[in-house]
Design a protein around this ligand. Structure first.
Ligand code: HEM
Length: 638
């Protein structure tokens, strides 16, 4: 660049004290952009006449800076073209440069400096853009919401400051509070009618893959669950359902009971229990303990002996890295150049290879251990309607999906249940008495016959405890679907307030809809004392709770086969902890939780000194916040 007008002025000062002893007075606007021991870079307004005064103070020893010299720099040579000196008074050297900068030619020799100046200028442009673009976007977003008329059919939008992010932060901090505040404005999907609208919709219209695949596929792996068309996934669900045969569930109860008893006997966190002392109280961290018991029992039953035998540090590390990909951040941003994302991808590959390796061993007739009841042996025998068998990687990825989908949901529910039992000793006592009544052996203290699958169907207190825990703390508080076609909202659910009284909202294609079991399960218009954990509400056969359950799982009610066997529709019910419609899920979880809680209550008394924790909505699955320790005491001697 040569000639032309100046945008920048580079001042070089030499032999000047290096400790920031220069004061600069700019009588006009201008920006001091850069300073080091030898240079000042002033950014000047293009074409302006600029006057400036630069004063040199005394140096650090208090001596006037005689040798200080100001001037134009000549490239990197450090040669200085002196500025016109107008005044000096022993203590100060003041320079006034009254020239019209617009007329100063730019010698070629200055190119080095100028490129540096340009670099700084473009950094500045980037910086300004960095600050201003979001500001402009926010302003435009607000104006758009306030001024741009919306089509009468567009569902109302909750006012939000930040575009794209929308209300996600408010919602993520406390979904229930967000729903309650917005209900007047956004009614589309809330309540039983909202649930029915979203969960009862066709998958060609309200689609789960579109809402979840970016989160689940990097964790589960390809070609399963939400990475395949819905009809294929429904076939995969049928295969899993086949694995959860009554025979297998029967076998699982004993395995889970045994696994929990082993844990009590051996885990370091239960050392007080292991002392065989019925007076001493110990304590455990509820989520930590339930997480361990959940993975132990799931791997002993569904996952198979290879996984159970591999629950060592290396497996735990891989699991932790994979789990690190299952967070709200991953949901918002599926791929970021962050280490946690790279760890997720490496862990997925490692976990997948691990399963594939022993699937191959099993196929070739090798491998040790008994496999007859686990899910892998069920999947090995399955075929799609097309006649195709499941390849190794699909079996591996279904197993990873089951592992990940069941882990936090079940451990969160178990933790909440124990925390409430610790908080309400009367309910814990009722639960214990129920175990005594059904399984006690000749009144001998601490002696129970083993649990069985058949018995588990007739334990009303245990049922009430699990049901109520899932009502107050559904681990999945929101269920989403991607909208594949413009969908009119039934006017009975919500309609624009039009004077003519006609018209309906249309949820546009490409949007998402959300149903919230949390909302309908805690709606005070439906549930008396909705926030209270009260298992006794499930005792009244005519009460709201049992009516909701009847609607949810009514054996005699309407059934639909979505491709994995007939299930009750349940989309109308205000109680839907396991979702509803084609994506509903529950059998194994209920059995696993029931057996864990029953086994623990037989052996332990609980209490809490910190009460019931708040909800942590920042995790994908709603967890109790800390502190969440539970104190325990052994009920009986061995
Ligand atoms: C208390 C425990 C659990 C709760 C409350 C729970 C809740 C749910 C809910 C609400 C959904 C529906 C999501 C939707 O419609 O978008 C779901 C789906 C699913 N759950 Fe669970 N779950 C639990 C335990 C488990 C366990 C133990 C497993 C595996 C063994 C599991 C595997 C799955 C799978 C594979 C799906 C996807 C089903 C589909 O989209 O069709 N869940 N779960």
């Amino acid at each position: 660049m040569s000639g032309g007008k100046w945008d920048h002025l580079v001042l070089l000062y030499q032999e000047c004290a290096t400790q920031g002893s220069i004061a600069m007075h700019l009588p006009h606007k201008g920006l001091l952009r850069y300073e080091d021991h030898h240079r000042l870079l002033l950014e000047m307004q293009h074409g302006d006449r600029w006057h400036f005064l630069l004063s040199l103070k005394r140096d650090l020893r208090g001596e006037p800076q005689e040798g200080a010299q100001l001037g134009w720099t000549r490239a990197n040579t450090m040669e200085v073209e002196p500025l016109e000196r107008r005044s000096a008074n022993g203590e100060f050297s003041s320079y006034v440069y009254p020239r019209d900068f617009g007329s100063i030619p730019v010698p070629d020799a200055w190119a080095g400096y100028l490129s540096q100046v340009q670099e700084i200028a473009s950094t500045r442009v980037i910086l300004i853009a960095f600050i201003n673009i979001p500001l402009v976007a926010i302003v435009l977003n607000i104006l758009w919401q306030l001024l741009v008329p919306r089509a009468k059919t567009d569902p109302p939008v909750v006012f939000h400051w930040i575009p794209i992010v929308g209300s996600a932060i408010e919602y993520g901090n406390d979904p229930m509070k967000f729903f309650v505040t917005c209900q007047a404005k956004v009614t589309v999907c809330l309540g039983p009618k909202g649930n029915n609208f979203v969960l009862g919709g066709k998958s060609t219209v309200f689609n789960a893959e579109d809402a979840y695949t970016h989160l689940t596929t990097p964790v589960f792996g390809h070609d399963v669950v939400y990475d395949v068309p819905n009809e294929i996934f429904m076939e995969q669900k049928k295969f899993v359902k086949f694995g959860l045969s009554t025979d297998n569930l029967r076998a699982y109860v004993g395995m889970i009971e045994q696994e929990v008893e082993d844990f009590l006997r051996n885990d370091l966190s239960l050392s007080t229990y292991q002392q065989n002392d019925v007076t001493a109280w110990g304590s455990f961290e509820s989520v930590k303990m339930l997480s361990e018991i959940t993975i132990l029992t799931a791997s002993r039953t569904l996952q198979g002996s290879e996984v159970r035998g591999s629950l060592n540090k290396s497996f735990a590390d891989t699991y932790t890295d994979l789990d690190g990909g299952f967070t709200p951040i991953n949901f918002m941003f599926p791929n970021l150049p962050l280490e946690s994302y790279r760890k997720r991808d490496r862990a997925q590959k490692k976990m997948s290879d691990f399963y594939v390796e022993f699937i191959k061993r099993r196929r070739s007739g090798g491998g040790s251990g008994q496999h007859e009841h686990d899910m892998i042996s069920a999947l090995l025998d399955q075929k799609y309607r097309s006649g195709r068998s499941l390849p190794d990687h699909e079996i591996a990825h279904i197993m990873i999906a089951l592992l990940m989908a069941g882990q936090h949901t079940s451990s969160a529910t178990g933790s909440w249940a124990l925390l409430h039992l610790a908080d309400k000793p009367d309910v814990a006592e009722a639960l214990y008495q129920e175990q005594l009544k059904h399984f006690g052996v000749n009144g001998r203290p601490g002696k129970f016959r083993p649990l069985t699958h058949e018995d588990m169907r007739d334990l009303p207190v245990l049922d009430s405890v699990i049901r109520e825990t899932l009502r107050v703390h559904p681990p999945i508080h929101s269920i989403m679907r991607g909208v594949r076609d413009d969908v009119p909202v039934p006017t009975t659910l919500a309609a624009p307030s039009s004077k003519s009284g006609s018209g309906s909202y249309i949820v546009p294609k490409g949007h998402y809809v959300l149903a919230s079991p949390l909302f309908s399960q805690k709606d005070p218009k439906i549930w008396r004392n909705a926030d209270a954990w009260d298992p006794y509400r499930w005792n009244d056969p005519e009460g709201v709770a049992m009516m909701a359950l009847k609607e949810y799982s009514d054996e005699t009610g309407e059934k639909i086969d979505f491709g994995f066997g007939a299930v009750s529709k349940g989309t109308d019910s205000p109680y839907q902890p396991f979702g509803a419609g084609r994506h509903r899920y529950y059998q194994f979880a209920y059995l696993q939780l029931g057996t864990i809680i029953a086994t623990l209550i037989r052996k332990l008394e609980f209490k809490t000194t910190t009460g019931i924790p708040e909800h942590n909505y920042h995790t994908m699955i709603t967890m109790p916040k800390t502190p969440r320790d539970i104190h325990y005491r052994r009920r009986h001697f061995d």
